[in-house]
Design a protein around this ligand. Structure first.
Ligand code: SF4
Ligand code: FES
Length: 259
């Protein structure tokens, strides 16, 4: 069914060069499409919806891409746009990027995130279950909820620590840090997950095994090493910084010294 967009402002058109790949085993290629009638305030994903609507009308296969919340919180809409994770705007996910960030007539290259640990499933959709396994390795706290739950307010927490824990908890697991890194390192992601617990008393109990297990799983998944280029920090839509990596390294050293 054709999508009709009301109140169009400044219809734009774009040439899209999109990675098409039938399945995980097939060889992909870039294909070129012209998309027209794009309103400047449409999101990037809405622009792809228009393309897919046109493709369906022409009995062609629509482009597969991941998305869920379209509000910048789920981390699924990861696309490499003109060579940059989530496109040209800092601190912005693909779903929060608007077509007004581009010029009418632009050519836009759209690819999946590239990393051995993020294999392509189809077109622009990648398998990020490696991140899930890192989380499962240690990204949790053990809290007895069997009728003995203690009210959170009974444990006073310094305001700055609470803020830092929250800032790290804003990592949405999108993988942009991996896509931006020349080594496809997942260190920024893992450091955010370790850091969010390191500030809280609830996180101290499993601190030693958490960092060892999460870093071990990261290595087992085939992510590369960190060489401190800082590209991950630049492309992270949640604003996680290299400070978290330094904190994770300290936590790791402490855990190793404890044996
Ligand atoms: S650290 Fe940033 S770029 Fe990496 S997964 Fe988390 S939100 Fe995405
Ligand atoms: S669709 Fe959820 S962050 Fe973009």
């Amino acid at each position: 069914m054709k999508i009709h967009w009301e109140n169009k402002i400044n219809d734009m058109k774009f040439t899209l060069k999109i990675w098409r790949q039938k399945n995980a085993d097939s060889k992909g290629e870039i294909k070129t499409y012209l998309v027209e009638g794009i309103e400047r305030n449409m999101s990037f994903l809405e622009m792809l919806d228009v393309l897919n609507s046109d493709l369906i009308d022409k009995n062609e296969e629509p482009v597969e891409f991941d998305h869920d919340c379209r509000e910048g919180i789920c981390g699924t809409c990861s696309l490499q746009i003109n060579g940059r994770a989530h496109g040209p705007q800092r601190l912005t996910t693909t779903c929060q990027l608007h077509m007004r960030s581009f010029n009418d007539g632009d050519t836009i290259i759209i690819e999946p995130f590239r990393a051995n640990a993020f294999p392509v499933i189809k077109d622009l959709v990648i398998d990020r279950s490696s991140f899930d396994r890192i989380q499962q390795a240690g990204g949790y706290v053990s809290v007895n909820t069997s009728g003995n739950t203690i009210d959170a307010n009974t444990i006073p927490i310094n305001h700055d620590d609470a803020e830092e824990a929250f800032n790290n908890a804003t990592c949405i697991g999108c993988g942009a840090c991996v896509a931006a890194c020349v080594n496809a390192s997942a260190v920024l992601f893992v450091s955010a997950k370790v850091s969010q617990f390191s500030f809280l008393p609830q996180g101290k109990i499993e601190a030693t095994e958490r960092v060892i297990k999460m870093v071990g799983q990261m290595d087992a998944e085939g992510f590369g090493s960190c060489s401190s280029t800082g590209a991950c920090e630049v492309e992270c839509p949640a604003g996680i910084t290299l400070v978290s990596i330094a904190r994770m390294n300290r936590e790791y050293l402490k855990a190793k010294l404890k044996g």
